[in-house]
Each structure stands twice: as C-alpha cells, then as structure tokens.
Design a protein around this ligand. Sequence first.
Ligand code: ACM
Ligand code: ZN
Length: 536
Amino acid sequence: MKKILLSVAMMMATISLHATDANYQVVPLPQSITAEKGAAFVLDGSTVINVAGTDEAMLRNAEFLKQYIQEATGIVPGGMSKKGATITLKLNTKLENEEGYVITVKAKNITVEGKTPRGVFYGIQTLRKSLPLEKAESVTFPAARIVDYPRFGYRGTMLDCARHYFKMSFIKEFIDMLALHNVNTFHWHLTEDQGWRPQIDRYPKLTEIGSKRAQTVIGRMTNLYDETPYGGYYTKDEMREVVKYAADRYITVIPEIDMPGHMLGALAAYPELGCTGGPYKVAETWGVFPDILCAGNPKTYEFVNNVLDEIIEIFPSKYIHLGGDEAPRVRWKNCPRCQAEIKRLGLKSSNGFPAEAQLQAHFMNQAAKHLAEKGRNIIGWDEILEGDVDKGTTVMSWRGVAGGAEAAKRGLDAIMTPTTYYYLDFYQKPDNSMILIGNMLPVEKTYSYNPVPDDAAPELKKHVKGVQANLWTEYVIGRDLAFFQLLPRVAAMAETGWTENAKKDFDSFKERESRLNQLYKHFGWKTCQEMYKEKK
Ligand code: ACM
Ligand code: ZN
C-alpha cells in the first residue's frame, strides 16, 4: 500500500510539472538577439552540459550553469542519459571582446562561445536569466543567435563596509548579485573615520582599536547616541576568501584604503600619524572630520606604504583605490611639519587651489609611486584633481560628471559614479518612515544616465572606462535594507555599463526587470518595488 501511495504521489508530482519557454529578454539587454529558423531546443533532465577542453575555469562555468538551471527549474541536467541534447561551452579566440560571447540555439545543441571563460560566464548568465522561475519538466529555447559584448570594460559597485560592517555571508550574496548583472568590479570601501576594517599584521591596533567605536549617533545627526559599542573587521583569510569567491565569478575586488582623510579609525590607533598627535577617537557621528593624516611626517608615508604592501598581498587587482576625498586641509595649514614639507618641496598654490592641495597630490603620488613599483595603479575620488596627480591615476568622478571631463582632458582615465545617478544611499521614493541620508534617486533617473553621449569630446570617449554605483552605509544597516537600496538600481547601472545606449529603453527595462524581480524574491532580497506601481 505504501508503495502504491508513493508511486501515485510521484505520478502527481510529474503531472504537475510542465513544459515552459525560455525568454532571452534579460537584464542587461544583449546587443543582438536574432530569431533563427528551425526547431527549438528542449532542456530537460537528459540534457548534457559539455565543456570543450579541460580548462578549470570552463569546468567551473559548467557547474555554475548546472546549479542555475536546477535553482530556477528543478531540472538536473546530465542526470539521466546520453541521448539528450547538449549545451556546449567553448572558447573561440576569433571573438573580439574579452568579455563577449555568442549563444547559438539549435534543436540539438546550444553553444555558448566566448573569447575567454569570462565571456562564456556572461553567456551563461544570459541563459540563466532566460529561464522561467518555476519547477518544470522541460524548458523550450526558441532557435536563436545572441551576439553580445559589454559597452564598457569597467562595471562596478562600491559597498561601504566601514560605516557599517557587513558579514561575510552578505558579502558573498552581494557578489552573487553583481555576477547576476554582469558587473565585474566590487569596490570594497574598507576604512573610515567610523571604523578600520582590514586586518594589517604590522599595525595590530588598527583592528584592536581602530575597528571599534564606543557608540553611534541615532538617526540623522541627532545629539542622541545608542550607547552601544560597534565594531567588526575582516581577517586576511576572510579577505582572501572574498577575493577568491569574486574571482570565481569573474569579479575583481578593488580595495579602498581612503587617505589622507577619513582616517580617524587609524588615527585613534596610531595618534602619532596625525598633525596634532591626538588623542583621537573613532568617530561616532557621520560627516567629514578635520583630523587627517599628517603629510609632513615621514612616519605617515612609511605607514601608508607598509599598509599597502599588506593590502596588495591580499588583493591582486591592478587598481588600488586610495580615496583622496573630503580631506579638509585645516590641520595642514597649522601644522609646522606639513608647512615645512610644502616649503621643502617648493609647492605653490595652483589650479585655483592652495599649496596644501599640491601637498595632497604629492602625498597621493608618493603612494602611487610605491604601488607602481609593484605593478599597481591607483584610483582616487575626483578631489585628487585639485593637485597635479601623476599619469596612470584613474579618477572616480562622484561630485557630478565634471571630474570625469577634467580627468579626460588631462589624459587620465575616469570612472563615472556621479551622485546624481549612482548614489544608492539616496531615497528611491518619498518615504517618511525611513531615515536615509537624503536626496531622491528613483531608478528611472539611474537608468537615464549616458556617460558618453555620441557627441562627447574625443578624449571623453577615450578615457571613460565605465560606470559604478555606490552604496554608502551611514544609514544602511544589514542585509534587507542593503538589498532594498541596491536593487533595482544596480540593474539600471549595469544595463548602462553593458548595453549600447541606442538600445536602452526604460519601459523595456522595466518589463525585463520584472522577470528578474522574481529571482530576487526567490533569493529573499527585499528590493524596492516602486517601479512596478501604477503611476497616478
Ligand atoms: C564620496 O562620496 N565621499 C566619495
Ligand atoms: Zn601635519
């Protein structure tokens, strides 16, 4: 009797499963999707995933594809027989773009070709997003050819883990989210006035003291405090784990050690590195603070180089972000050592900025030289343009787009991350029930950005390397609010980074994103749903 019941239950389970169709209209939108003649491909449990060659990254790609298919549909490819149709993953050196891919769907075979395993991975992401999110016996893929490549080589998202610390489990989920949107760079903001997060062996007090604040201001700069100590840091092993987890998903982690400002975490631990000698404390409120690293003290340069040496041992990225933003120069103006350094170097006011701006440029250039000897280049926020920064520096344009234009004019590469489009700590809709930093940035606005219009100056076309969204976390605590702030705006940024501007269309994005929204829900990401509401 038990046996009969079991087989009836199994029959019912089978009957309730059905065939569904794939839909290639995904986010970011591929550059071209062409319907082809011929029968469709049917994916089911007999489908075999085949990798041409034994490349480790390609085998990992195959595992990802298998996992994605199972996650969305319950189908376990390759499980049953060899007669099934095949999904073949292979490299094709004839393709031009390092990240490009071609998917060919025919009755008996889907081929995903990339110049590199990275390109194949993006093809897999497109296949994955084409799947319906429902348990199915089979999925039909209409015959088609998809030719795709990114518009920009740099597609990033910054996460501030210093104002608030985020657990390793979240960091991995965040990376999964980036991979889903073909984002290839995780800019990891690791140090701040309110906390130093990366373990540095040579300076143990950075984490012992610098990673902890005694309490945190409540709400938006009230004079009330929570009277609760707050802290957290990442061990070297954890950071290496993040680098590997991201690399497996073709994401580069760029660490940011913000200097010379935003350094109270470090100054609380090593007060001798500040102009006044302290004492300092890890900040308990938000904002910009006058105490920054002393640029006239040789020990500061030694500290910076030693920290960076340990950072580059962990992070293999070509670029290391050195911040450079929001560094008031009031202490430098009154510091005998900083003033002596200005004199020694013969620094003068220029570009409409005082000599202290050139001292900051000197400071950044010293760190850049140290890193250049080890084959690395620096990125800095656009304030670094107030002085004469060395060639090879990349500028992140955040206070609008002017920094990008100025960088390009000076022959420097730029990444566009303007507050007006890409600051994801801003509100997405009017909402008195939430305390966020302020401002309004609906997803439509994020989506509307085109960093390099057709009529842009040639140097802008040459030097703008891509786009990035930033999630600052003064008011963003924990997983749920982080995903709410990130999505769907990361998707909107990702489409600008990937899809040619002429092919972008917000109504189409909204429709395609509504399918991806199902997957967000499946992962338990409580994202902003404002875009789907009927507008009155
Ligand atoms: C920044 O938002 N301070 C780069
Ligand atoms: Zn000083």
